[in-house]
Write a protein that binds this ligand. Structure first.
Ligand code: ZN
Length: 135
């Protein structure tokens, strides 16, 4: 896509701090990091959402490899978080975020008001999803 910043990075039109590349994926340091080593993993083909990628399994396997390699690096984080909200840039991406137990990063889901649903509503939603999965 012409106006996609990640496509421009993939084409080399915008520089990045590349940490990993293979035939299908590119990983680079997030220019607006929330942690030391905050990395973005993107497919080289433009897809809007992570689940649009036809090789979604491989996408996550590469994310796992990079996470483990960062975990075992001299950065020495205690663990790694993945975030895939997908709202900032409209090109599928997985945030790979080195974490420590006492860091100040709040889980994104904690900051969002939670819904109060009745048991009937849970049953209704459950049936909708299950019928879609099992169709
Ligand atoms: Zn793109």
């Amino acid at each position: 896509m012409d106006n996609c910043i990640f496509c421009k990075i993939i084409k080399g039109e915008i520089p990045c701090h590349k940490v990993y590349e293979d035939d299908n994926f590119l990983a680079f340091l997030d220019i607006n990091p929330i942690a030391i080593g905050h990395t973005l993993l993107v497919p080289k083909t433009h897809f809007r959402w992570v689940y649009d990628s036809p090789n979604c399994g491989e996408f996550w396997q590469v994310a796992q490899k990079i996470a483990i390699d960062i975990k075992n690096s001299a950065l020495n984080p205690e663990y790694i978080s993945f975030i895939t909200m997908g709202n900032e840039v409209e090109h599928a991406h997985i945030h790979i975020i080195p974490r420590n137990l006492d860091d100040s990063i709040q889980p994104a889901l904690k900051s969002i008001p939670h819904l109060q649903l009745s048991n009937e509503k849970f049953l209704e939603i459950n049936n909708i999803i299950k019928s879609s999965i099992n169709k």
